[in-house]
Design a protein around this ligand. Sequence first.
Ligand code: FAD
Length: 401
Amino acid sequence: MQNTDVTIVGGGSAGLTLALLLARQQLRVVLVEKGPAPSLTDAAPDYQRVSALNMASRSLFQQLGIWPQLLAGAAAYTDMQVWEADSFAKIGFTAAEQQLEALGYICDNEHIRQLLFSQLQQCSNVQCYFDVAISQLKQGERDVMLQLDNSELILSQLLVGADGVNSFVRQQMQLPLTHWDYQHTAIVAKIRCAEPHQLTARQVFLPSGPLALLPLPDSNLCSIVWSAETNEAERLMALDDTAFVQALCAATQAVLGPVELCSQRQAFGLTMRYASRWQRGRVVLVADAAHSIHPLAGQGMNLGLMDVAALAQLIGAQQAAGEDIGANPMLRRYERWRKAEAQSMIVAMEAFKRGFTAKPPLAKLLRGLGLVATDRLPWLKQQLMAHALGLKGDLPELVKN
Ligand SMILES: Cc1cc2nc3c(=O)[nH]c(=O)nc-3n(C[C@H](O)[C@H](O)[C@H](O)COP(=O)(O)OP(=O)(O)OC[C@H]3O[C@@H](n4cnc5c(N)ncnc54)[C@H](O)[C@@H]3O)c2cc1C
C-alpha cells in the first residue's frame, strides 16, 4: 500500500501540469494513466494534434520551465483572419494592435506532454503509473483509496479526475453531467500549401461550420480543423485524398494556393459536456473531465490549464495554513471559481456557433454588418481579443503578469 498526498487520474496536458505544480509545492503525488508514457526521445513534433495556446497558458508553462523548448517547436502566430464564405463578413486581428509579440502559439499536443513528463522525471516526490487500469475507487472521511489492476493500493488525501471527456472518476463519483451534441464533427489533418501562411491563423465560417487553417513552424505547413455538420463531415471523410483536397481548396477559396494532404484525416465528434457538480468529498474534477467545448475558438486546453493552476493555488493556500489539502470547502471554492469561467466560455462558444450558422438572409446581413463594424472599432476588438488571449477574467495568481 502506498500513502500519498494527491492522486491524479489521467496523464493528459491537465493531469501532467497539475502533477508538476503540486510537486513544486513539495507534495507527494501519484499519477495514474491508462495509456503509455509520453516518449522521452528528442524526435521532432509531428503536429498530428495541435492546440492554440494563449498568453495565460504561456505564462503557466514559463513558470514550469518548459516554455523555451515548447516555443522552439511552436508557431507563434501574429495575425488572425476570420471571414464568412459567400458574404462580405470579415474581421482581422494583429499582435501589433494588441501590443503583443504574438496572438497565440500553435503547439503539438504530444510535445506538451513530453516536456511536462520530462520535467516530472526530475521530481522524486512524483510517482507515475502508465498502462494501468483502475479496479476500484472508494472514498472515506479521511482519505481516498484507489486500487489498480496491478494490485497496487494508493491512499491519498485528495484525488483529482483529469481523465478527459469520458471521465471514469466522474462516473464513479456519480457527478451529474449536462451534455448536448453540437451535431458537428471536426476533421483534423496536416496540409502543405503552395503559399506561405505568414504566421496567420485563418478561419472561414462555412454554412456547415467553421474551418481553421492553423500555421505550423514550417512556413508552408498548416493544421486544419474542419468542423462540419456530422453528415457533411462523414461525406468529407469518405472522399479520397484528391477529392478532399479539392473540397478544402473550394471551401477556403484557395487562400493559400493549391494544397496537398500530408497526414491521415482524423475525425472527432463534438459534444458540449459540463458536469453540474465538480466535487464530492475528497474527489474533484479538472479540465475536460469537468467540461468540454467546441474547438472553434481553440480554448479547451487553455481552460483546463487554468483549472489546474487554480486548484494548485488553493491547495497551496491550505498547505500554508496547515489545513487539510483535501478539505471539501476548498474544493467547493475551486468549483465556484472555475465553473464561472467555464460557463462563460460555453455560452460564448454557443453564441459563436449559432451566430455563424444562422442561415436566414437577415441573420447573415446582421452578422456581416456586426463583424465589419467591430473590425473598425479598435477598443471593442481589443476587449474581445483580451479574453481570447487569457489576459482577462479571474486568473490564477501564477499566470498574472
Ligand atoms: C479537434 C479539436 C481541436 C482542439 N483544438 C484546441 C485548441 O486549439 N486550443 C485549445 O486550448 N484546446 C483545443 N482542443 C481541446 C483540447 O484538446 C482539450 O481540451 C485538452 O486536450 C484536454 O486535456 P485533458 O488533459 O483534460 O484531457 P485529455 O487530453 O483527454 O487527457 C485525459 C487523459 O486521461 C487518460 N484516462 C482516461 N481515462 C482514464 C482512466 N480510467 N484511468 C487512467 N487514465 C485515464 C487518457 O488516456 C488521457 O491521457 C481541441 C479539441 C479538439 C477535439
